[in-house]
Ligand binder design. Structure first.
Ligand SMILES: Cc1ncc(C[n+]2csc(CCOP(=O)(O)OP(=O)(O)O)c2C)c(N)n1
Ligand SMILES: CC(=O)[C@@H](O)[C@H](O)COP(=O)(O)O
Ligand SMILES: [Mg+2]
Length: 641
């Protein structure tokens, strides 16, 4: 297997293959995809669906000069295999290996590092405009965008502008009827029209035959007839929307038929102005289990295959992940409070909201990949007296910054934000690590910023939020929820929870760093040091009484957070201490410095950043030395550093 794929160093090598060899190449690419997902979580069904499209694109265009952006970028694996990264492919999504999204540091064929949906039409328009301005107008420009990404508002901003500029660019709509879950929204229904009529090729032949029966009396009639044909075709195929926006709509065509793809790409390649080519694909195409269950196989847990393409085992993820705890808490509160609704932005599966959707279809809202809208929509619901819970990943919620500011915080509306994947999300890497939210949420007056220290805190914080008459954000990472054994202290606005107190120093953990902080403190206590641990719970409002007591009465204060230091929890502590004239020289912050964190296993990344128990232990030891804490280390051992 892979006799052909392993010989490809550049897309230019594709030209040497016959049609039969290209068919074999597609099979080899699918085999490589199956192999890579058998021992790690990676994007699978989306990649299976674009194999022929990717081969056709690289046959028709020269992307060493032409511009290509894969929107979102989770379907970029075939592109990576064809652009000289076959031999590195086994390192996919491993620390230090290939990224699971486009990465310009890997190849000049990757122009933008992406992972968030919807920006491709804008960046391709920008590339084309820049190339034209700088005398490279011979370069073609292509964006490939999925039907799930298409409803993102930015796509329409870009198309609106592209139609104005009349730039020669191609948008390929990869329509597989799926986001991660089945696609939602009115736009999807427009696209569905295209599935009720013959594919473009057949339709075009029929219309051409009809037109040929009409004796043409001159250019004006022909022009009118062609326009009639295009309007008829576009209205039949749901393309009218794009035609009205100023894009030439072509399609739909079969996105798994290599010859058809090449024919149409050759045709549209030299059309003037913005063109949208509507391509039908099947998510999971070519691997039956994935085609039958593209939701499960979007990023399946590792699985093994039988020879007949059946799947032997799929390892389920941990059932006590924070995500599950949160979705169960949301479900419970929806059962007892009819004011409560939940909103997701195309991440129903990722947010584990399937049961909520089934039981409360009228109070479950999937807006599609439209996070800005989701937040403003929730604000409207809150204004009407409902209690919306916006359940959006930390990194994707960044899309809604202005709506959080204007529609929620400024109005002081009771919207509850559940920020899943807050912190390091592991193999998805820098586009997905949710590490900025404490900073951006803390900026807004009225916003309460919380993070559960363990599983028990999650439902308690949600209950608090829904009783609180203002905006609240609750952040938690993509990992198993810890369960800290202690007499539970109810969640109270601006109050932390003191788990241990010790004069030699205090570790103040914000969020899910609590368990590692407890472990580090326990090791230090074994060395004879009296180290306290505080479960901060709130970054805003801060529990200044407890924090100032730790500052004034203990040897040092070490804050620990799974997020960037800039504007984070530790910054809040420094700001508060400074504002009230307390010492700050013995306050040390653990978190993420001014850097983007690469992809890798979550545990590896935490250890690299010193945010695991060992790192916290070592940081505390350094603070102990700095504080001049002298201790008889018991058995006379050297300092336990
Ligand atoms: C702004 C943003 N929100 C949410 C996501 C999560 N997400 C990744 S892929 C995906 C579905 C994309 O569907 P589509 O564009 O149709 O691609 P397909 O997987 O069907 O090929 C979603 C919701 C994201 N990457 N970016
Ligand atoms: C491409 C994308 O953004 C999603 O597929 C994301 O990778 C899902 O992340 P989880 O697997 O953590 O839900
Ligand atoms: Mg899709």
């Amino acid at each position: 297997m892979n006799e052909l794929l392993s010989t490809i160093d550049s897309p230019k090598d594709l030209a040497k293959f016959s049609d039969d060899q290209l068919t074999q190449l597609a099979a080899e690419i699918r085999e490589a995809l199956c192999t890579v997902v058998s021992d790690r979580t990676a994007h699978f069904a989306s990649n299976l669906g674009v194999v022929e499209l990717c081969i056709a694109l690289h046959l028709v265009y020269d992307f060493s000069q032409d511009r290509l952006i894969w929107d979102t970028g989770h379907q970029v694996y075939p592109h990576k295999l064809i652009t000289g990264r076959y031999h590195e492919f086994p390192t996919m999504r491993r620390k230090g290996g290939l990224m699971g999204f486009p990465n310009p540091n890997e190849s000049p064929y990757d122009l933008f590092m992406t992972g968030h949906a919807g920006s491709s039409v804008s960046t391709v328009l920008g590339l084309k405009t820049g190339d034209d301005l700088l005398g490279h107008d011979e370069r073609k420009a292509v964006a490939v965008i999925g039907d799930g990404a298409l409803p993102s508002g930015i796509v329409f901003e870009a198309m609106n502008n592209a139609a104005e500029l009349k730039k020669d660019m191609l948008v390929i709509l990869n329509d597989n009827e799926m986001g991660i879950c089945p696609r939602v929204g009115g736009l999807g229904k427009t696209l569905d029209k295209a599935r009720t009529t013959p594919l473009y090729g057949e339709f075009k032949k029929d219309v051409s035959w009809i037109l040929n029966q009409i004796p043409l009396v001159g250019g004006s009639v022909e022009k009118a007839l062609v326009q009639t044909r295009d309007a008829l075709k576009a209205s039949l195929h749901g393309g009218m929307l794009f035609e009205e926006m100023g894009f030439r709509y072509i399609g739909p065509i079969d996105g798994h038929d290599l010859a058809t793809l090449r024919e149409y790409l050759e045709m549209v390649k030299n059309l003037n102005g913005p063109v949208l080519l509507h391509v039908f694909t099947e998510k999971g195409h070519g691997f039956k289990p994935a085609a039958e269950d593209p939701v499960m196989f979007h990023t399946p847990p590792p699985f093994e295959r039988n020879g007949d393409d059946s799947v032997v085992s799929v390892k389920k993820s941990s059932s006590r992940a924070y995500t599950n705890v949160a979705s169960e808490a949301i479900h419970a509160v929806m059962r007892r409070d009819k004011r409560v609704s939940v909103l997701t932005a195309a991440m129903c599966e990722g947010n584990k909201l399937g049961k909520v959707r089934s039981e409360f279809p009228d109070r479950f809202f999937d807006t599609g990949i439209c996070e800005g809208h989701a937040v403003a929509f929730a604000a409207g619901m809150a204004k009407a007296g409902a209690r919306p819970v916006v359940d959006i990943y930390s990194t994707f919620l960044q899309r809604s910054f202005d709506q959080i500011f204007q529609e929620v915080a400024l109005q002081n509306l009771p919207v509850t934000f559940c920020l899943d994947r807050a912190g390091l999300c592991g193999p998805d890497g820098p586009t997905h690590h949710g590490v900025f939210d404490v900073g951006y949420m803390r900026l807004f007056p009225n916003m309460v910023v919380m993070a559960p220290g363990d599983e028990k805190d999650v439902s308690a914080m949600l209950d608090f939020a829904l009783d609180y008459n203002g905006p609240v954000s609750i952040r938690y990472p993509k990992t198993g929820a810890d369960l800290v054994d202690r007499p539970f202290v109810p969640v109270e606005l601006g109050h932390s929870e003191i788990l241990e107190w010790g004069e030699d120093g205090t570790i103040v953990a914000f969020g899910a760093t609590l368990a590692a902080s407890i472990q580090a403190a326990a090791r230090l206590r074994k060395e004879g040091l009296e180290i306290g641990v505080v479960n901060a719970r709130f970054a805003k409002p801060l529990d200044t009484a407890t924090i100032f007591r730790a500052i004034d009465e203990t040897g040092f204060v070490l804050t620990v957070e799974e997020g960037v230091l800039a504007g984070g929890f530790g910054s809040a502590v420094l700001e508060a201490a400074n504002a009230e004239g307390h010492r700050t020289d013995h306050i040390h912050r653990l978190g993420i410095s001014d850097q983007f964190v690469e992809h890798g296993d979550r545990g590896e990344l935490l250890a690299d950043l010193g945010l695991d128990a060992e790192g916290i232990f070592q940081a505390a030891l350094q603070q102990i030395e700095r504080a001049g804490v002298t201790k008889d280390w018991g058995n006379g051992l050297e300092h336990p550093a």
